[in-house]
Design a protein around this ligand. Structure first.
Ligand SMILES: [Fe+2]
Length: 400
């Protein structure tokens, strides 16, 4: 197959929808029987299997797994025998869309159609990858070796000022209404949780193409499921002259930590993090220790800590395994930071900080992009009848 294969259930759904539109556009009015066939569940399954690079016999792996069926929008999988009978026929040989690519049977013809559609689908995706100065194999290796990486020029200075103003307005509101979360020394540190529900504009940072590219790369594994989810998105405000934190890590599972990535914390730097205003301090390489730091580690390694100085507009990503703390804010000005915590999707249960289905208002979520819904897990289908109201919720069982 010359085109890049489909690697996720989500993209499988997208290409099936694209295919149905493509059928509609390729006027098949004079070929009504063929058109009916091309829209059949059987053909959708064949196309789906070809696009995810599976053999027809692999259909048996999906018998007890609805993800593939849900992705292509069918309710029942055909049997291998049905495929064999279907494949041997040649009902599409007159279709003009196949042009010179007419095969010897249905299967060959569907395969040709799959390639044509996949090529068009991929060329329409128009994915713009970040330049290597922002993300590429070198940056990934740096992250793997050191446990953190700084990505430059993600936001413009003007955007940063706008984001900072919105974030601080929300924080001020919560402070005035006495509903905010304060912690740390003298209870002066403020954290604003659940930003996705509080600002549509700030929420869009989480789905920037570069963020998606990096997270997909960091959490990559051999699966058709989505690779990562959002654990939380919040604002941190260090008060003027705020004291440094205790040494800690953010992967909250018991020691020993697994060797694979659980969390990738992403700090959107909306104002310079400099020498003096409490920039993040970390021990490079400590993410490979696979354990939490103890108080004695803090003394032992204090001299080896480095300060992650980062200019406004950049993004710092660090592994949830990395030993770190925010430094002393020696200035007389508060220092803000927007933190998006991303988690490996299969570890959501142990690493989710927010339960987004509880804390996000359903009215507001209607305005979310598909990408944002995906990382909040709001894109999972609702089964037929699942939302039907039952009159029997309180009913007691009658004893006969
Ligand atoms: Fe932390």
């Amino acid at each position: 197959m010359k085109s890049t294969p489909i690697k996720s259930y989500l993209n499988l759904t997208k290409i099936i929808n694209y295919y149905l539109e493509w059928l509609h556009e390729n006027n098949l009015n004079n070929f009504s029987e063929e058109k009916k066939l091309l829209k059949s569940d059987l053909v959708k399954v064949v196309l789906g299997l070809i696009w995810i690079k599976k053999d027809l016999t692999d259909v048996k792996h999906f018998q007890a797994n609805r993800y593939f069926m849900d992705a292509i929008g069918i309710n029942k999988l055909p049997t291998i025998e049905m495929f064999e009978i279907f494949s041997a026929k040649n009902e599409l040989k007159n279709l003009p869309i196949l042009k010179e690519n007419i095969g010897i049977n249905n299967y060959e013809n569907i395969k040709n159609i799959a390639l044509i559609v996949l090529d068009k689908f991929n060329s329409n995706l128009n994915i713009i990858l970040a330049p290597e100065t922002q993300w590429g194999p070198e940056k990934k290796k740096y992250f793997e070796d050191h446990g953190y990486v700084v990505i430059p020029d993600v936001m413009t200075s003007l955007e940063c000022s706008g984001f900072r103003e919105i974030a601080l307005n929300i924080a001020q509101d919560e402070k005035e209404k006495k509903v905010g979360f304060f912690y740390g020394h003298e209870n002066k540190f403020q954290r604003v949780w659940n930003l996705v529900n509080k600002s549509l504009e700030l929420g869009q940072l989480l789905t920037l193409p570069i963020v998606h590219q990096i997270m997909n790369d960091l959490f990559d594994r051999d699966t058709f499921h989505e690779k990562y989810l959002l654990s939380s998105f919040h604002l941190n405000i260090l008060p003027p002259e705020g004291r440094e934190q205790k040494f800690h890590l953010d992967s909250t599972v018991p020691d020993p930590l697994p060797s694979w990535l659980i969390k990738a914390n992403t700090s959107f730097i909306i104002e310079d993090h400099n020498e003096d205003n409490g920039a993040l301090m970390c021990l490079p390489g400590s993410h490979k220790f696979n354990r939490k730091p103890s108080p004695s580690d803090e003394k032992k390694y204090n001299k080896n800590l480095i300060k992650l100085i980062a200019p406004k507009g950049s993004m710092i990503i660090w592994s949830g395994h990395l030993w770190h703390k925010s430094g002393n804010n020696k200035t007389t000005k508060e220092r803000t930071g927007l933190l998006g915590a991303f988690v490996a999707s299969h570890l959501a249960e142990v690493a989710m900080e927010e339960n987004h289905t509880l804390v996000v208002d359903s009215e507001r979520s209607k305005f979310f992009s598909d990408d944002l819904k995906r990382i909040l897990m709001f894109d999972h289908g609702v089964k037929q009848g699942a939302l039907a109201k039952s009159n029997h919720f309180w009913a007691k069982k009658k004893n006969n």
